[in-house]
Design a protein around this ligand. Structure first.
Ligand code: GDP
Ligand code: MN
Length: 340
């Protein structure tokens, strides 16, 4: 394994029940899951897998968020599978609904255009609310404020390998800010004006731009155009101090003021990714190769045989998305020198 992987010293010896030793050192971290009441069965399945593959040794807490109130049945079913404390929160209306100052006529036209272009979720307002919430608000929810690190989970995802190390401690020790498992191209139709605003913001706020940033991963022409590579944000392990920093807060406010979450269909994935790519140094972004992860329709499965075996992975390495034509892993490897 190259120096890009999580080093041995972070691993618990396999077959060893190390809960007691591990309990000595913990990160200030939580899982976060945004879900609807109708996502109940899929949420329970995701948490069950997370427990079996990782959290049964750590008992990190969960924060579940919803724009509506969770039902008693939902709480009962989740409480039954989680091994850490679980808290349930409702998203405040003003962190969720389309703001009053959005020009509804223009937003309607924007949605109609994306529907006509067959863009997924093109006509959905609730999807746009969700993307804006994940971009700018989840880390400010009162239940999230006590924590620094989070691992985002979605209903109906799969964790295919044992995670026998604590990714939060690894990231904290190495001063990482953003961890991912899958990177791919964004649909250009959802973000036609985004990159222009990003460039304007960088001119307005050069003080926020990191000296050794990952612009070279996102742009093939020195920042002029966006190659649409981004990290798939349904999986994220990241440092909320980064989102809470003046750089990101200024960035989010700036983008939000342009209305593109509603006039277009900006996703939290490109917004988070571009921010990580600009405001962090490139070695603060980490690819968790060891973590087999699936969100329909794509799976990342470790292709290194030793890694795959140690993780007791249930996924097929030859079907890993990494070097699919739509993946941006090649760009990541080239940019970081992960593979020479
Ligand atoms: P996709 O991954 O882009 O296809 O979008 P998803 O439908 O999986 O939504 C992303 C996340 O947001 C998932 O965790 C969903 O459960 C959650 N989500 C999406 N829309 C809503 C909504 O209207 N309300 C709530 N509470 N959660 C939502
Ligand atoms: Mn999803």
């Amino acid at each position: 394994p190259s120096s890009h992987n999580v080093p041995q010293e972070y691993y618990i010896p396999s077959g060893h029940n190390a809960s007691l030793e591990l309990a000595q050192r913990r990160a200030n971290a939580t899982f976060v899951i945004l879900a609807r009441n109708t996502d109940l069965d899929n949420t329970v399945r995701s948490i069950r897998e997370m427990e079996d593959r990782f959290n049964t040794r750590h008992h990190y807490p969960y924060v579940l968020l919803n724009d509506e109130e969770f039902t008693e049945d939902f709480k009962k079913r989740v409480n039954a599978v989680a091994s850490g404390k679980v808290e349930y929160g409702q998203v405040p209306k003003d962190h969720w609904v389309q703001p009053d100052w959005i020009d509804e006529e223009r937003a309607t036209k924007g949605r109609e255009k994306l529907v006509a272009d067959n863009v997924i979720y093109g006509g959905s307002v609730s999807y746009r609310n969700m993307c804006r919430f994940n971009s700018g608000f989840f880390f400010r929810h009162p239940l999230m404020l006590p924590y620094r690190w989070y691992w985002r989970i979605e209903p109906d995802v799969h964790f295919h390998c044992d995670v026998r190390f604590d990714p939060f401690l690894f990231m904290q020790d190495r001063a990482k800010v953003y961890g991912f498992t899958i990177t791919m191209y964004e649909f250009d139709k959802t973000i036609p004006t985004l990159w222009g605003h990003v460039k304007d913001f960088m001119k307005l706020h050069p003080e926020h731009v990191a000296p050794d940033n990952a612009m070279g991963f996102m742009s093939d022409d020195g920042g002029e155009t966006y190659n649409r590579c981004h990290f798939w944000s349904n999986f994220e392990i990241a440092d909320m101090n980064f989102w809470r920093s003046p750089a990101y807060m200024d960035f989010f406010e700036y983008l939000d003021s342009k209305g593109g979450f509603y006039y277009e269909r900006w996703g939290d994935a490109p917004v988070h990714s571009i921010a990580a790519g600009i405001f962090a140094n490139k070695d603060q972004i980490h690819f968790f190769e060891e973590m087999g992860y699936e969100h329909n329709p794509y799976t990342h499965c470790p292709e290194d045989p030793g890694m795959w075996e140690r993780g007791k992975c249930g996924c097929a390495p030859e079907r890993s998305f990494d070097y699919d034509g739509y993946s941006c892993m090649r760009q990541w490897d080239r940019f970081t020198g992960r593979k020479n």
